[in-house]
Write a protein that binds this ligand. Structure first.
Ligand code: FAD
Ligand code: DHB
Length: 391
């Protein structure tokens, strides 16, 4: 049996970040992660970070490599009707920007930082179960190989992603779920090629959405919208590049450099929010409580605001005996989450092809895009949401 102040379920970016921040404040945590470290680091996922996220990385003493290798982006393009229109984030957000730095890299930085401080992260933890969450002495049981053990703690943090078990510990009479499933997924390819453009290009096309993103000037990340029925076997590299080229404006397609994919995966698009984010001594954070369709790059950035609120609430609890921030956590976190949900839904609706839509709705979508590029007010709405609302 082990004793710790806070037991964190999930060793993804949310769990690692919180554990690192609390450790630096002298608050003792343990992280239980279901998979080996290499598996967690194999998830490509996020590429675009808000400055609020970057600031937390620095506070966690994990920002050095991100500041050295990450790229500051002050805008991106939207391709539509065969042309490119630029969204000047810097101008329309009042001088803000985003950072391009991969989830794999920042997760590696967080693991390295945990190692340096001797942080406790247990991998291959299976059958994780939460107990006595409504008491002031909750505990967690788990199994690694044939060893089972128990961790006694004061708080449990559910940072175990959308498919984790923490959320299921909230009784169905208490948990409210809000969900929208989109009728398509994103097929993503990572390739060791020079990106087609120094900035991101979001593409609206009659054949479906596409995105040209990057991890560095020698590593490209591309996505295309595909039907939910497709699997990666349906998309050998040549077919992927051909379809991507089809959706890009001619001048962009002409300079696309292709190469073998080093990662290929399909992510279904989903919007999801679980309420409340607290049940007794359990606090949910990140993808365990909410999923964003990737279009607006909100997922990891929204996990960061949860972590920020929880971190400060725990400091108030342990250093001042003040529980008001813990009590207000769910409401405060959800207020920002819902704004980010609105934005990612809006950007998804703006840029994708919806197979079952009536022609009237296609026209509305065109009008929305035309309005965006004709109105500075509309540009400001987009820019201020994309760079991230204040915590
Ligand atoms: P996760 O990363 O899911 O981590 C949870 C961890 O818990 C995992 O390591 C998992 O193995 C572990 N776990 C699960 N079950 C258990 C269990 N029972 N016991 C113990 N451990 C368990 N976000 C952005 O902000 N910007 C972007 O540009 C962006 N792009 C994206 C592109 C794609 C294609 C996708 C799919 C997502 C993207 N996101 C983006 C979202 C972002 O990747 C997620 O929001 C982020 O991973 C959330 O981190 P997390 O730590 O909360 O959850
Ligand atoms: C990436 C993913 C996104 O969802 C997004 O909006 C921008 C970039 C990426 O993986 O690079």
């Amino acid at each position: 049996m082990m004793k710790v102040q806070i037991c964190i379920i999930g060793g993804g970016p949310s769990g690692l970040m919180l554990s690192q921040l609390l450790h630096l404040q002298g608050i003792d945590t343990i992280v239980l992660e279901k998979y080996p470290r290499e598996h967690v680091l194999g998830r490509i996922r996020a590429g675009v970070l808000e400055h609020g996220f970057a600031e937390l990385m620095r506070e966690a003493q994990c920002g050095e490599r991100m500041d050295r290798e990450g790229e500051i982006h002050r805008g991106f393009d939207i391709a539509h009707d065969g042309r490119l229109d630029r969204v000047d984030l810097y101008k329309y957000s009042g001088g803000n920007s985003v950072i391009v730095y991969g989830q794999t890299e920042l997760t590696r930085d967080l693991y390295d930082a945990r190692d340096r401080l001797g942080g406790k992260v247990l991998h291959n933890a299976e059958d994780v179960a939460l107990h006595e969450l409504m008491s002031d002495a909750p505990y967690v049981t788990y199994r690694i190989g044939d060893m089972t053990d128990r961790i006694d703690c004061q708080f449990v943090i559910g940072a175990d992603g959308f498919h984790g078990i923490s959320r299921n510990s909230i009784p169905s009479g208490v948990l409210r779920e809000y969900e929208k499933i989109y009728p398509f997924g994103w097929l993503g390819v990572l390739s060791q090629t020079k990106p087609v453009s120094p900035e991101l290009i979001y593409v609206k096309h009659a054949r479906g959405f596409a995105l040209c993103s990057l991890r560095s000037q020698v590593l490209s990340r591309y996505y295309i919208q595909v039907p939910l029925t497709d699997s990666i076997e349906d998309w050998p590299d040549e077919a992927f590049w051909a379809e991507l080229k089809c959706r890009l404006p001619e001048a962009v397609a002409a300079r696309l450099i292709t190469g073998p994919s080093i990662e290929k995966s399909i992510a279904p698009l989903r919007s999801y929010v679980a309420e409340p984010m607290r049940y007794g001594r359990l606090f949910l954070a990140g993808d365990a409580a909410h999923i964003f369709p990737p279009t607006g790059a909100r997922g990891l950035n929204s996990a960061a605001s949860d972590i920020y609120y929880l971190y400060h609430a725990m400091i108030a609890h342990y250093k001042k005996g003040d529980d008001s921030e813990l009590d207000g956590y769910s409401q405060k976190a959800l207020a920002r989450i819902w704004k980010a949900q609105r934005f990612s839904w809006w950007m998804t609706m703006l840029l994708h092809r919806f197979p079952d839509r009536v022609a009237y709705e296609d026209r509305l979508q065109e009008a929305e895009l035309a309005y965006l590029f004709s109105s500075e007010t509309a540009m400001r709405l987009l820019a201020e949401n994309y760079v991230g609302l204040p915590f």
